[in-house]
Write a protein of this length. Sequence first.
Length: 346
Amino acid sequence: MRIEEELKLDFQDVLIRPKRSTLTSRSEVDISREFVFRHSGRSYTGVPIFAANMDTVGTFEMARALARHGMATALHKHYAEDALAAFFIALPAGATVFYSMGITSEDYEKFRRVEARCGGAITMVCVDVANGYTKAFVDFLHKLRGAYPKITIMAGNVVTGEMAEELILDGADIVKVGIGPGSVCTTRKMTGVGYPQLSAIIECADAAHGLGGLICADGGCTSAGDLAKAFGGGADFVMLGGMLAGHDECMGEVIERDGERKMRFYGMSSRAAMDLHSGGVAHYRASEGKEVLLDCRGPVEATVQEILGGVRSACTYVGARKLKELSKRTTFVRVARQLNEVFGQS
Ligand code: 5GP
């Protein structure tokens, strides 16, 4: 046993220190980014915020709504092959939608069949496992990269620099970062495993950038300010689940509770998800996600505007004319308290 004494930080442990600026309006801030991916060689231009590949968030409808803002969606992996093929074939060129998969042979064979039907329309893939530290995951990444050299691969999840480096060397263009911070995740409670998300982002970004790779901060954002901190910490992309949940585009089941309409939202390792997709929780495992009922929030458009407005505003506070400059201009101050909650949290 060993103890690392250095304090690791979460979003709520810091604030971003304001800096002098010549910007006069939030409208002067450009929050889109351009990247050329290390392995696929493809270029990417867009607002670097993704909807998570959860079955009530990463939907076709969400992809269409976010595309209007230049944002991408990682589709959930439970769509049928016909539906996926039809969606990708109809996708406008350059739209940035991720096909998502796990690492089972069924996942791989399904991807091969759908990809073969789409004639090159799938350009980005998200390979997603709860624990990105296994040899099986690394082997799968090698196999996928070998078979599809021109597809952009996002892979995870991990939280430490050495594993971010490993995944980039193994073929990932983007490493997905986060173990345990998610809004409907119970991994930390069930296993005691995890890593404070802001430190994970800072350490993985540093490691990945050194190799020409990129990272996507996945999980734990509860407000636009948290996205600003993730970008400030070095994240190239940020993935959102809970912040985009409960909207019309989520297609989650709506139920009536005490006279109010609520939408079901659950973790992909929750009992609810496993009952739906895997015939229940296998006898050798426990669920590592929970289910919550959210107020129905209407179209996602207003939420997106609020998020993008918040990120733009963060840029003006530190004098970043482009989102790309935000991390260079970020100094975090450690805080013991960041919000005045006298009238509640909103
Ligand atoms: P959020 O934005 O809601 O805080 O986090 C979204 C992320 O939580 C997802 O992209 C995924 O990485 C993670 N996640 C989703 N469902 C589960 C789950 O059931 N268990 C765990 N451990 N993580 C989950």
